[in-house]
Ligand binder design. Structure first.
Ligand code: NDP
Ligand code: 2IT
Length: 445
């Protein structure tokens, strides 16, 4: 490995001792661009890597609110503004009890390269809270979000930092954030994306991440002269990314065999039907229920405390959360001859799991490329807001397809050796060079 990379990695480990997810994400990117950095001495000469691994700014704040029993609750709020070399900070907000600085720094770091891959002018950021939205009433969610927005509003703006959703944050939360921001700042602007269609949202944003994942999958299959029709796909998660991935898989003739949550997996041998998907969407998005409610549904096998990774299929699309595919899961998937792993979630595969896939020559597309459709349509929402326009579903969907195709092309160009595409290397080099070259052009800042 390149000596400069080794030194920067040692420093990252030393400086961030309690941040395993952040270190994991940095290791993954830097090791895969090692050769490229050796061939391009300007990055060492400009101290590029040590600047790139340090977020530009991190805000941490107290979020006090009063629950339905009149009891004062306090949560931690964060916004990590990672990199603004190519545009305003851009990235989601996550509400989940596991949220901490390590998780948000890894997500902000990944977001920086993902956003560069979209070809839009978007910097990288991420934020959120260790607040757990599950089981809360609408009023509790609103009170929490309004308190969170009071502090967050000081740091964001349409040309500064534009948050969106992520785990635990969807249209409802973005709506409350938008309302409170408008009230605090007297400004109706494109300061958040993933907004409802009634107040400046974009068509296709809700579906964008999942649809984009499947558009990426079709690009990968076409490159290998394969078809998606009839392919059996394991999908994990049952949130925004998972369910719209399944919707597009069904539409294009593939069979989605599973959905899951943190407690269980639903397995449908012949593939989830459109009708069942609508029922699951209702359960998750309208009633905010658990998959266990479908335990006794006919045609559905309920796998208590299990993930989808033990089931035989052609393709795995993890869409739940980071490190959900362990080394053992990867071994089982490989033994069962999985051909492709397309990451819908951010860093769902552990480093050890990735090594197993690499050794077994399994086609592996990293989240920063495969799930970039969400932030890409967020970028298109910002463009529509600036122009005071709303584009049609077809227009936005066509642009999304072309962005995903362009990301695939960049990975092929930067990651092909001897007829084989290393999608991890391709994505990291393509994203890195765009951000790094912009940083060099702007001097030491
Ligand atoms: P949602 O909140 O809509 O859904 C999350 C899903 O993942 C739920 O089914 C949830 O199950 C499951 N999950 C969450 N945490 C865990 C955990 N610790 N262990 C097991 N299962 C878990 O989130 P999204 O669909 O928006 O996000 C899913 C992934 O996609 C995340 O990695 C996110 O960063 C990434 N992503 C999201 C984008 C977006 O536009 N929304 C864009 C790009 C990436 P349960 O209810 O049991 O917790
Ligand atoms: O991880 C991600 O790319 C997102 N959660 C979406 C970010 C965005 O700004 O739309």
């Amino acid at each position: 490995m390149n000596k400069y990379i080794t030194e920067v990695l040692d420093k990252v480990r030393l400086d961030n001792p309690n941040e395993p997810e952040f270190i994991q994400a940095v290791e993954e990117v830097l090791t895969s661009i090692s050769e490229f950095v050796s061939e391009n001495p300007q990055y060492l000469e400009n101290g590029l890597l040590e600047r790139l691994v340090e977020p530009e700014k991190v805000f941490m704040f107290r979020v006090p609110w009063i629950d339905r029993n009149g009891k004062v609750q306090v949560h931690k709020g964060y916004r990590v503004q990672f990199n603004s070399a190519i545009g305003p900070y851009k990235g989601g907000l996550r509400f989940h009890p596991s949220v901490n600085l390590s998780i948000l720094k890894f997500l902000g770091f990944e977001q920086t390269f993902k956003n560069a891959l979209t070809g839009l002018n978007l910097g990288g950021g991420k934020g959120g809270s260790n607040f757990d939205p599950s089981g809360k009433t609408d009023e509790e969610i609103m009170r929490f979000v309004q308190s969170f927005a009071i502090e967050l509003s000081k740091h964001i703006g349409a040309n500064i930092d534009v948050p969106a959703g992520d785990i635990g944050v969807g249209g409802r939360e973005i709506g409350y954030l938008f309302g409170q921001y408008k009230r605090l700042r007297d400004e109706f602007s494109g300061v958040l994306t993933g907004k409802g269609l009634t107040h400046g949202g974009s068509l296709v944003r809700t579906e964008a991440t999942g649809y984009g994942v499947v558009y990426m999958l079709t690009n990968v299959l076409e490159h290998l002269e394969e078809t998606i029709v009839g392919k059996r796909v394991l999908v994990s998660g049952s949130g925004n990314v998972a369910l719209f991935t399944i919707e597009k898989l069904i539409e294009l003739g593939a069979k989605a065999l599973t959905v899951s949550d943190s407690k269980s997996t639903l397995y449908v041998k012949n593939g989830i039907t459109k009708e069942l998907l609508e029922e699951i969407k209702d359960l998750k998005f309208v009633n905010r229920g658990r998959l266990s409610e479908f335990k006794d549904k006919s045609g559905v096998e309920y796998l208590e405390s299990q993930t989808p990774w033990g089931i035989k299929a052609d393709i795995a699309v993890p869409c739940a959360t980071e490190n959900e595919i362990s080394e053992d899961d990867a071994k089982v998937l490989s033994k069962n001859n999985i051909g492709y792993v397309i990451e819908g979630a951010n860093m769902p595969t552990t480093s050890e799991g990735y090594e197993v896939f690499r050794r077994n020559d399994i086609v592996f597309v990293p989240g920063k490329a495969a799930n970039a459709g969400g932030v890409a349509v967020s970028g298109l929402e910002m463009a529509q807001n600036s122009q005071r326009e709303s584009w049609s579903f077809e227009d936005v969907d066509t642009k999304l397809k072309s962005i995903m195709k362009n990301i695939h092309r960049q990975m092929v160009e930067n990651g092909t050796t001897e007829d084989r595409v290393d999608y991890v290397k391709g994505a990291n080099i393509a994203g890195f060079r765009k951000v790094a070259d912009a940083m060099i052009a702007q001097g030491v800042v």
